[in-house]
Write a protein that binds this ligand. Structure first.
Ligand code: ATP
Ligand code: MG
Length: 492
């Protein structure tokens, strides 16, 4: 970013909005964040809330987390808080830990500190992050700065820091941020709001505007295009024309972003409560074509078909879960996103092979492999997706006591959710789906008895109804509209 965003060029005087003239009240700030801010201030440092939390409070929304910016160096922050640790490979940040809540404290960054895109994300991290996310926590993108370790720091022979181009002043910190609405600073010294870039006005106008020259900013870090789409979806803001315009010609640059970082971004797009809107925005801006080309291709080819409806409903369900503070998983997300490509792979084979386990797994593997060229799909997520699909025909053709054992499978719940969704769209027998729903509510003895009540069967060899459902399951029964209504055995 270098001098492109120097304070001088943009004018360094902030608009300081007094407490009486803005709506940020300390009662909307978590106690942990307040403790961090006050302790920094009492130790003589500048301390501000910054980024998404300020934006969200101004919008009357509940912030996901609280970020603090300060002129204290990471080591100084570390020694002020016993409950803190330094993180970040190169650009060091302090995490101050209060039980489950983490307050991220970042030292102001210099104007010429390189952008996040220059920091490679290690492949190996993706699995660890996925583990966290599996438990319902979406990993936070950790900004890291390659310069901190080497290039811009000059040490003398005793290792003393002589020059440090990594850390800077508040005035410099502003210009490296992405959108004006993300660059507002709330001061704990007098509760005023510092606005260098017209962010407060943009929040009022519900407008997303990149700081600086949009084309330069997107080239510096193409992920900002996805962030634009994410905030558009999340906040319902409008992209200002000059921020929106370059996306069309620059979106291909996303193909050069390290896949693990795109995995993180994908989770933030789809698993933070506005997944359905994210899908719409990503398609409108033709970004899905670069992020998940096979998904985009499928949706374009089968505009509005039942798989698109299933995907949207699945995302709506996830959004509702996030809204209710229930966990959501990347495995379920990728199973949904890849439904079309997986079905297409399966249906490329003759119908009599659709319900074979080998066919289903091969279809999954092919779709997972293709998607992971752009977006890392951690191994345990890929395995989970395969299991969810492999379980479909077994769920649709429950046989005797073996059916009951499926309940103990670790992936049962996810596979069952997928079955319910498929049944909702006529892609699986709703009778059988309802049977599984009832089964889970029964005691172990009652479950045994319920085997006799299996739809269309006595719990043994499959009858006609089962065969129809099973054929449907094997092929996931999707793309061919002409075939959609035919339900006779074997035709699906
Ligand atoms: P959310 O509510 O989703 O957490 P956020 O605005 O807090 O949104 P984060 O990804 O948590 O987004 O980043 C925190 C802040 O760091 C942003 O508000 C922005 O100021 C800055 N930032 C993050 N990523 C980038 C980027 N790629 N380029 C420039 N600035 C960034
Ligand atoms: Mg944030």
């Amino acid at each position: 970013m270098n001098d492109t965003y120097s304070a001088a060029e943009f004018g360094s005087a902030p608009r300081i909005i007094a407490r009486a003239d803005h709506n940020i009240s300390r009662s909307s700030v978590s106690n942990s964040a307040l403790r961090v801010l006050y302790r920094l201030k009492d130790a003589g440092f500048q301390a501000f809330l910054v980024g998404g939390c300020v934006r969200d409070i101004m919008l009357g929304r509940h912030p996901k987390d609280f970020d603090v910016a300060t002129n204290a160096l990471p080591d100084q922050v570390r020694s002020l808080f016993r409950n803190s640790r330094l993180v970040g490979r190169r650009f060091r940040l302090a995490h101050v830990v209060f039980g489950r809540e983490i307050i991220e404290v970042a030292t102001f960054r210099a104007a010429n500190a390189p952008s996040p895109s220059e920091e490679p994300v290690a492949e190996a991290d993706a699995d660890a992050e996925a583990d966290e996310a599996e438990e319902g926590r979406v990993p936070e993108f950790e900004e890291a700065d390659p310069a901190a370790g080497s290039r811009d720091r000059v040490h003398d022979t005793h290792g003393r820091l002589l020059r440090d181009n990594v850390y800077g002043t508040l005035e410099e910190d502003v210009w490296r941020r992405d959108f004006t609405v993300n660059a507002l600073y709330y001061s704990i010294a007098d509760f005023s709001l510092w606005d260098f870039v017209g962010g407060a006005e943009d929040i009022a106008a519900q407008r997303l505007r990149l700081i600086g020259d949009p084309e330069i900013r997107y080239r510096e870090d193409p992920v900002r295009m996805l962030r634009a789409a994410r905030f558009e979806a999340k906040l319902g803001f409008t992209l200002e024309a000059s921020t929106a315009a370059p996306i069309e010609s620059l979106r291909h640059l996303l193909a050069g972003v390290p896949p693990p970082r795109l995995f993180d971004e994908t989770l933030k797009l789809f698993l933070t409560g506005h997944g359905e809107r994210s899908l719409l925005v990503l398609r409108q801006r033709a970004l899905l074509e670069v992020l998940l080309p096979s998904v985009d291709r499928y949706l374009s080819k089968h505009e509005g078909n039942v798989v698109e409806q299933l995907l949207r409903q699945g995302l709506r369900n996830s959004d509702a879960r996030v809204g209710a503070d229930k966990p959501v998983t990347p495995t379920y997300l990728f199973a949904l996103l890849l439904y079309g490509p997986i079905a297409e792979g399966i249906e490329a084979l003759p119908p009599q092979r659709w319900h074979e386990a080998g066919t289903i797994l091969e279809g999954c593997d092919r779709a997972l492999r293709e998607a992971s060229r752009r977006v890392t799909i951690p191994r345990r997520v890929a395995l989970g997706v395969r299991e969810m699909y492999a379980l479909q025909p077994r769920l649709e053709q429950p046989r005797g006591k073996r059916a009951l054992r499926l309940l103990e499978q670790p992936r049962f719940r996810a596979a069952y959710d997928l079955l319910i969704l498929r049944a909702q769209f006529g892609l699986a027998s709703s009778e059988i789906a309802a049977w599984w729903t009832r089964l889970q509510e029964l005691s172990p003895e009652e479950r045994l008895k319920s085997l006799d009540a299996l739809p269309g069967a006595s719990g043994h060899a499959p009858r006609d109804a089962d065969q129809a459902a099973s054929a449907a399951a094997g092929g996931l029964r999707t793309p061919h509209r002409r075939r959609r209504r035919r339900r006779s055995p074997g035709s699906a």
